[in-house]
Structures are given as structure tokens and as C-alpha cells.
Write a protein that binds this ligand. Structure first.
Ligand code: SAH
Length: 500
């Protein structure tokens, strides 16, 4: 659904895990003219916004002056009246302790049309990620969402402690850390059992989510001792004990491990997503960037003549993709390769080719240049014309070996890998990494040079294969794990085997 001009959308962004954003929220973010967002929205939540969209931060931070609530309302009204489509993006659900009700009222009063897009509220999400079902047939047939921190301007407490003490079910306190000791005391004084299980869930669904378990009588001391900070939920009820059986987040194989991914940003996302799905906290520290040489006349000329080769060897997925781009620039499609034998260095490269409708004729068992040479052993190469399409800085093993066997070899550099300077924040996060993953020699060399003496030497080093390992050792570093299969799946397997 596209955001309509003149309409304000009160949108919930969920509790923090980007995967818990609704499809509707993403569609509206992608189409809105203006987005007014809060502090506790998921990382990357605004990545899909239009380039021209106005992004306005109106969040509240404890102890920092913020945009007053009336002003937020006024600005929403103003933007909508100017004919813009407006998303008001809030953490969790907009109508659960999100002041979405007030904003809706202000909009209605001003005659501005609005819609509400619910989000996954922390009260059910953080609890679920902590392995605590808010209801359970044996423990709780009701659940109450309670604010643990009331509006300080209210004269009388709106919280009816005796009623909450009698409430036959789970109590979930939002904003409950600061006043936890008082609130727990009030509940006990009103008759709730101090031995009832309780838990505090910090940063639920975010990387580094933490749960502290105690009882109603001891939860305040436990939270103080463990220095639990907002955002956190406090859960009171028998269901809190179910966690002993139901905790699942912590059981994921890479839970609590910080893993650095050094691949080029454009290629890192799939690998990073897989690592995250296994519970890892991923730090993306791209050491290299792929610079296509697609415009160069040489590439065009070679691409124009691809059909004249007997064999084309592609030594990386990038090479595969870029060859097709070069061919397209020369107004050629896959038909130009009809009579050509195509060799891919590994399954990733073969996949990149398959995406363009070309099935590789040769894929070696070992995904290095030497493996490709072995795989070509049975081909008669004397007098054949071979094109090796690869990175500018690649090793010469393959062309040399092919020439030795009598082939006439052209080498085309389709791209260069150039150094990328990783961000400061990422470098900082990498300092406490458990694993550094290297997928090529160039990632090793460039990361080492980019980081200098801030290279995280305590992390275990995982290498994709022998060539990369050699480069690592040449830098005086130790290879802790080397993949058996020299591709991303192999790297992942090796990392998992080491971590579990
Ligand atoms: N509208 C939001 C709540 C905003 S009030 C929602 O529906 O979730 C802010 C409070 O929500 C925090 O003080 C905390 O108690 C809770 N909260 C929000 N995100 C949380 C998270 N990821 N983990 C634990 N508690 C969270």
C-alpha cells in the first residue's frame, strides 16, 4: 500500500528486531514523503525510505531535551496539510504506551486524515524472545500491560495496586526499571506473593538481549546487581519460570558471539543474515569494495568477442556478473556463449552464472585456481582460445597453467578490489569480536592496513582457504580455523564447528 498524500500514518515499528516489522510498515516507509521517527526503532528501519523523503527525529531520550508532544502533533498536522504523505514511526505498537492515541486525537481535531498500523509490542515480543509465554493454560489465563512509570505530573497514582495484586494472571510492566523497587514493594504490600517468579528482559529482540530471573521479592535487587537498563520489561507471574523450559534464543549455535564480516558490503548481506539467523551479533567491517572496470574499452572489445573463445574461465561471482554486464554493454546476451565451454571456479560463481541462464560446464571440487586447472585436465587445450575473466589483482596461476598446456590465453580484468575504510563505530565494535572471517586475501591485506594497530588480535581467525590463510600468516597472524570447502558455506560450517 502506498502512503497517500495528506494522510498521517501512525505506524508501529516493532520491538527492535528488523524482521518483526510488518509488511505494511515497510511499504509505507518506502513511499512516504516525510517520516517522523522515535528513538527505539529497529536498526535500518529507514533504509527503505525514498531518497527525497524528509526524515525527522523526534525521539525522547532520558535526560535530553526533546521535541514536546504538542509540537510533534503540530508538525504532523502541518506536513499533512501541505499535501505530503506522513509516517509517524514508533517503537513497538503505537497504541501501547506509545502516545499514538494522543496524536490521533490531535489529528482528528485538526481534521487531518490518519490511519493506524499496529506493531509487535514489546510486551509480547521481548517476552517471547526470552522464552516466557505471557499466557499459559496452567499458569495464567490473563495478562495485563502496566506502566511502571507514570506521568510525573499526575497527582494521584492511576495504578490500582490492590487490583493488580489480585489480578489473576501475568503482569507485564513497561518502563518499569527506574521505579522497580517501589512498584514491587507496592505489589507485595497489596498482597501479591513475594515468591512469585519474575523476570527482567533488557533490549528484547535486539542483539545482546538479556534476561534476569528472580522472584517478585528479589527482582529489584537482581536488576540493580546486574545493572539492567532501559529499555526493559518486568514480568511478574508463574510464566516467568517457564523460561527454564522454553528459552530458545540462547540455544542458537552462535548466540552471544560477535562475528566480523570483512567482505565487500554488496556481498556481505547474505552471509551476515545467515550468521544473524544463527544468533550471532554481526559486525560488518567491509575491507574491500568492488570497482567494476566495465566501461573500459578493453573489456568491451573482449566482451564483444566472447563467442570466439573455446573456453571462458570465471574465477568469482563478481566476475560472472560483470562479464554479463560487459556483454550487455556490447549488446550481447547469452546466445553469444552458445558454443563456448564455461568453467566456474566454485558453486558461488556457478550460481551467479545460472542467474543469467548459463549453466557452467565445469565446476571443480576444490574452489581455488589449482582446482580449476585439475578439473580441466581432460579438456584438450592445445591451440584453443581461452578467456580468463577475473579481478585485476588475481594470481596468475590459472593463465600460466593454461598457456603451459598450449592454450592461447587472454586475461581480462573485469574489476578491481579497492580498499574500503570501515566506519569508526564498526571498528570499535570489532574490538571485542569473537571471530574474524576472511573470504579472500584482499580482505586480509586491506583490513590489516585499514585498522593498523586497532586490529582485533584477540578474535579467532576463520579463513576461507589455503591462499587466504597464507596471506594471514604472512602478516604474522594465526589461522585458528580454515574452511574445508573454500566457499561461504564452507566458511560457515568451519565457524560453526569451532563455536559449538
Ligand atoms: N510502544 C512501545 C512501548 C513504548 S514505552 C511498544 O509497544 O512496545 C517504552 C517501554 O517499552 C520501555 O521502557 C520498555 O519497558 C518497553 N520496551 C520497548 N522496547 C523494548 C525492548 N526491545 N525490550 C524490552 N522492553 C522494551
Amino acid at each position: 500500500m502506498s502512503a497517500r498524500p495528506g494522510v498521517v500514518y501512525l505506524v508501529g515499528a516493532g520491538p527492535g528486531d528488523p524482521g518483526l516489522m510488518t509488511a505494511l510498515s515497510l511499504e509505507l516507509i518506502a513511499t512516504a514523503d516525510a517520516i517522523f521517527y522515535d528513538r527505539l526503532i529497529p536498526p535500518g528501519a529507514l533504509d527503505g525510505a525514498r531518497e527525497e523523503a524528509e526524515l525527522v527525529y523526534v525521539g525522547k531520550q532520558p535526560g535530553v531535551p526533546s521535541v514536546p508532544q504538542e509540537e510533534i502533533g503540530e508538525r504532523l498536522i502541518e506536513a499533512a496539510r501541505a499535501g505530503r504523505s506522513v509516517v509517524r514511526l514508533k517503537g513497538g505498537d503505537p497504541f501501547v504506551f506509545g502516545r499514538g492515541g494522543e496524536e490521533g486525537e490531535a489529528l482528528r481535531e485538526a481534521g487531518v486524515e490518519f490511519e493506524v498500523v499496529p506493531g509487535v509490542t514489546a510486551g509480547v515480543a521481548a517476552t517471547a524472545y526470552a522464552g516466557i509465554p505471557v499466557t499459559h493454560r496452567d499458569d495464567a489465563s490473563a495478562v495485563a500491560f502496566v506502566t511502571g512509570h507514570e506521568d510525573p505530573l499526575k497527582e494521584e497514582s492511576a495504578i490500582d495496586w490492590p487490583a493488580l495484586a489480585r489480578f489473576p494472571g501475568t503482569l507485564v510492566f513497561y518502563m518499569g526499571v527506574k521505579r522497580l523497587a517501589q512498584n514491587a514493594e507496592s505489589l507485595i504490600a497489596a498482597g501479591r506473593d513475594p515468591d512469585e517468579p519474575a523476570a527482567a528482559i533488557e533490549r528484547g529482540t535486539w542483539p545482546g538481549q538479556r534476561t534476569v530471573a528472580a522472584t517478585l521479592g528479589t527482582i529489584a535487587a537482581a536488576v540493580e546487581r546486574e545493572a539492567v537498563k532501559a529499555p526493559a520489561l518486568i514480568v511478574v507471574g508463574g510464566v516467568a519460570r517457564r523460561r527454564e523450559q522454553l528459552a530458545w534464543l540462547e540455544r542458537r549455535p552462535l548466540h552471544g558471539r560477535r562475528v566480523v564480516v570483512t567482505r565487500a558490503r554488496a556481498q556481505a548481506s547474505g552471509f551476515a543474515a545467515t550468521l544473524r539467523a544463527l544468533g550471532a551479533e554481526v559486525v560488518e567491517l567491509p575491507a574491500i569494495r568492488i570497482e567494476p572496470r566495465i566501461d573500459s574499452e578493453e573489456v568491451k572489445r573482449l566482451a564483444g568477442g566472447v563467442g570466439a573463445y573455446d573456453l571462458i574461465c570465471l574465477t568469482s561471482p563478481n566476475g560472472g556478473r560483470l562479464l554479463f554486464e560487459a556483454m550487455e554493454a556490447a549488446r550481447l546476451d547469452t546466445r553469444a556463449l552458445a558454443g563456448v565451454t564455461v568453467a566456474a571456479i566454485g558453486p558461488g560463481t556457478a550460481r551467479a552464472l545460472a542467474e543469467r541462464g548459463v549453466l557452467a560446464d565445469v565446476v571443480p571440487e576444490r574452489f581455488v585456481a589449482e582446482g580449476l586447472i585439475e578439473a580441466l585436465e581432460d579438456e584438450e587445450l592445445t591451440g584453443t582460445r581461452v578467456l580468463v575473466a577475473r579481478a585485476a589483482e588475481a594470481r596468475d596461476v590459472l593463465p600460466d597453467a593454461l598457456r603451459e598446456r598450449g592454450a592461447e590465453v587472454d586475461v581480462v580484468a573485469l574489476y578491481e578490489t579497492v580498499r574500503e575504510q570501515p566506519g569508526e563505530e564498526e571498528i570499535e565494535a570489532a574490538q571485542s569480536a569473537d571471530y574474524l572471517t576472511f573470504t579472500s586475501s584482499s580482505t586480509v591485506t586491506n583490513l590489516a592496513e585499514a585498522l593498523g594497530d586497532r586490529f582485533p588480535t584477540d578474535a579467532r581467525i576463520v579463513s576461507i582457504g589455503p591462499i587466504t590463510s597464507e596471506t594471514i600468516r604472512a602478516r604474522g597472524l594465526e589461522v585458528d580455523v580454515e574452511a574445508e570447502s573454500h566457499d561461504i558455506d564452507g566458511l560457515l560450517k568451519a565457524l560453526l564447528a569451532d563455536a559449538t
